[in-house]
Design a protein around this ligand. Sequence first.
Ligand SMILES: C[S@@+](CC[C@H](N)C(=O)[O-])C[C@H]1O[C@@H](n2cnc3c(N)ncnc32)[C@H](O)[C@@H]1O
Length: 223
Amino acid sequence: MENRRTIKSYVLRSGRFTQKQKEAYDNYSQDFCIDYQENLLSFKETFQNENEVILDIGFGMGDSVREISQAMPDKNFIGIEVHKPGVGALAFDLKDLNIKNAKIISYDAVEVVKNMIPDSSVGGFHIFFPDPWQKKKHNKRRLLNEEFIEILAGKLKVGGYIYVATDWADYAEQVLDLLSANKKLKNSTAGFAQRAPWRPITKFEKKGLTKNHNIYDIWFTKV
Ligand SMILES: C[S@@+](CC[C@H](N)C(=O)[O-])C[C@H]1O[C@@H](n2cnc3c(N)ncnc32)[C@H](O)[C@@H]1O
């Protein structure tokens, strides 16, 4: 257990900020970022309302948070990402587009979910194109493993969902098996799901598509 937690699902790249991202990171972080803390977060205090909260884990450059938060103004979104230029990019968009229903936590999502998110409180998790760690010896770095899925399931409300999209076939099969094996979760269809019409094409999906990869959508709900 302790050993598993020291294996991270990311490598912090020496972030190449564009000037726009850096300025947004420096100037807007205080408006949109919630500091990591080992205390449970109050969604009501954070958003000043009681709307359902959706977490987007590993949002990259923030395309999905930006698009979906605008399309669903009656839900709240928390994006979690360790890559600081992506945090700057999303902070810029939230400011520029005057988006009020999205916040950012820039920290390891495993720790954030475990320590900041109350049990049975989340309406949905979006995990779009998680790093595939495709070499066999790196598979153990994959974000979605049995332990993290159990943590995610515990944080969902009944009826809440986990929505994963990936362009790596073996990761898709692995996630399908892991989610199917979790007793708190139920597949919404047999096998892979249809793409939700509101899921935007993200930067990493575009990369997969240019390599002619198939895209796999996976949707489980908490029973
Ligand atoms: C392949 S990218 C996909 C980004 C985005 N979702 C997309 O579809 O374009 C995966 C992202 O997850 C982030 N990530 C990986 N593990 C993470 C963790 N434990 N906590 C927060 N972010 C993480 C990485 O920094 C990276 O930006």
